[in-house]
Design a protein around this ligand. Structure first.
Ligand code: ZN
Length: 207
């Protein structure tokens, strides 16, 4: 699955297409297919690791996305655009990226942030420069190879490794060694957070 890396360090997982994508057309179809929309106040559109709340009266929406600044999930405004189709009768709905405002059909779940393609690429470039990629690989090595916790991604499919908290101690491992590895891991998480927030073009860190 499209998680981060898999020991073998293949490069394809880095491609944007492997991140979960939210399609505004599907969102529109979901609303249009709801017979009881008119008598509801809100509609919840489920996403992997979040949701969109649609407010029927005001025809607005908000999306659950991660706030780096707050260190937690928050609802952010998700502006919508309705564009008439070529036939003049149908409607096409588009999202506006919660981070840059660009009108787009697709938003990507980029490490817990719902962003447009351009924001994801920009941030990916700045992440590379700040070395956060390597830090995540080091974290994976500790978690999977040294602590033998190979099923963490199955247990936490939406959690980037830098937010992983509980790692079980292998039965055969001495506490001393376990604590030393955990310390090393926590240090990498701290370093990662710092580098992540420092990235000048890291647009997401401002939210
Ligand atoms: Zn954007």
């Amino acid at each position: 699955m499209g998680g981060y890396g898999s020991g073998g360090h293949n490069r394809t997982h880095r491609q944007l297409e492997n991140f979960h994508r939210i399609d505004s057309f599907s969102f529109y179809d979901y609303l249009a297919g709801d017979k009881y929309l008119w008598c509801k106040t809100t509609v919840k559109y489920p996403l992997i690791g979040g949701d969109i709340i649609y407010y029927v009266q005001s025809k607005t929406a908000s999306i659950k996305t991660f706030s780096s600044k707050a260190g937690e999930y928050r609802y952010m405004d998700l502006p919508l655009s309705r564009v008439p189709g070529i036939d003049g009768k149908s409607v096409r709905m588009y999202f506006h990226c919660p981070y840059c405002g660009r009108r787009v059909r697709y938003l990507y779940n980029y490490y817990k942030h719902c962003v447009c393609r351009k924001c994801a690429k920009l941030n990916y470039a700045s992440q590379q420069k700040s070395g956060t990629d390597e830090m995540r690989l080091k974290m994976e090595r500790i978690v999977e190879k040294k602590l033998g916790y190979t099923w963490w991604r199955r247990e936490h499919p939406d959690l980037p490794i830098q937010y992983l908290w509980h790692i079980p101690k292998p039965r055969y491992m001495r506490w001393e060694k376990y604590e030393r590895l955990m310390k090393e891991f926590r240090q990498l998480q701290d370093d990662h957070e710092r580098a992540f927030l420092k990235g000048a073009s890291w647009i997401l860190s401002r939210f």
